[in-house]
Design a protein. Structure first.
Length: 355
């Protein structure tokens, strides 16, 4: 059994050792050079004319960016609701800050990403850009990939087949935000699908001139329903399209959404949606950057990818006859093997109303 003096001595040494550990630890904390938190190797900026509330065009781009962040650990920044006058400034700011990839999501950006010597990508060669979509015949700058304008024609043709078979009034319509090249292709693909199964149906085109005015979309759709007897409407109009959806709900018409599955916006009025695999295409661009093949496989090119397909029918599942569902499967297969050629028609202006 140890003496009291020995116990006190042992306690003192333990205290000295503990104090020494604390002192050494404190000195190491302040004197040892500390590293800054790791910075993501890759950074992507997504520039949008809208936001995720559209459950479509902008929402799918945001979903793709979120997937890139989680799957590949990229740092992602998103600029929503960028007005036309601010486009060049926002794109330039991201490039000046050294972002790896600047993703311009919307045809309205082509003037700042592709055309002219002052296009933003031409001034920032070390940054990669993506223009979604771009003009079909104009190659982008060498550090930029442009998605070809025919990216959704298959989906629109299939939607036309569905509308042509399901219309009760033989009058259907497409409401569009602005008449760009790719929207021309989408309208005429839809019209061709309708005409392939219903020679008596009339197809109307309406261009709102804006992507952000739900009240205008409502008035356009209301007029089509009440004066042209339209019972199925397709909208390609972002926030303006929200008004189209509301009009269909209130006035007993049916609507077909675009880019994302928009049944969530109007489950009782949304027959289906024309989907676009934006996340899949975004991933292919990101992977080309990571593996060092972007400049060889995508840069300076118009990349043709058909990303369109139809969403599930949801509450309309039992209202659409099995014969129509079988027809859609058959037509999609015929498009795939070349038996059916989907038109890629471009006109400077939308067509006049059918007689």
């Amino acid at each position: 059994m140890s003496s009291p003096a020995a116990a006190r001595s042992r306690t003192m040494w333990i205290a000295i050792i503990l104090v020494a550990i604390v002192v050494v630890g404190t000195l190491a904390y302040f004197l040892y050079p500390r590293q800054a938190p790791p910075v993501a190797e890759y950074r992507m900026a997504v520039v949008l004319g809208g936001d995720e509330t559209d459950a479509g065009w902008s929402s799918m781009a945001i979903a793709g960016a979120d997937s890139i962040r989680e799957k590949y650990k990229w740092q992602v920044d998103i600029s929503r609701n960028v007005p036309f006058p601010d486009q060049a400034r926002v794109l330039t700011d991201y490039a000046q800050r050294g972002y790896t990839l600047v993703w311009a999501h919307g045809g309205q950006f082509v003037g700042d990403t592709i055309f002219g010597d002052t296009a933003v990508p031409r001034r920032f060669n070390s940054t990669f850009f993506a223009q979604i979509p771009g003009p079909g015949q104009v190659p982008p700058p060498p550090n930029t990939v442009s998605l070809g304008p025919d990216f959704q024609v298959t989906g629109f043709y299939l939607a036309g087949v569905l509308a042509g078979r399901m219309t009760q009034t033989n009058a259907v319509a497409v409401v569009i935000g602005q008449w760009f090249e790719y929207l021309s292709m989408e309208f005429y693909a839809f019209e061709a699908g309708v005409e392939s199964v219903n020679a008596n149906a009339k197809v109307y085109a309406r261009v709102a001139g804006t992507w952000g005015d739900p009240s205008l979309g409502f008035q356009i759709a209301k007029t089509l329903i009440e004066t042209k007897n339209v019972d199925i409407l397709v909208h390609v109009a972002d926030a303006t399209g929200r008004g189209v959806i509301t009009a269909a709900e209130q006035l007993g018409a049916t609507v077909i959404g675009t880019v994302g599955d928009q049944a969530v916006l109007a489950p009782d009025a949304m027959m289906t949606s024309i989907m676009m695999d934006t996340p899949g295409f975004m991933e292919s661009v990101v992977l080309s950057i990571m593996n060092g093949t972007f400049l060889q496989t995508m840069g300076g090119r118009v990349v043709s990818r058909d990303l369109g397909f139809l969403a599930p029918f949801h509450r309309f599942e039992n209202q659409i006859p099995q014969a129509v569902k079988d027809l859609l499967v058959s037509v999609e297969a015929d498009i795939g093997d070349g038996t059916v050629a989907v038109p890629r028609t471009v006109t400077a202006e939308p067509p006049p109303d059918p007689p």
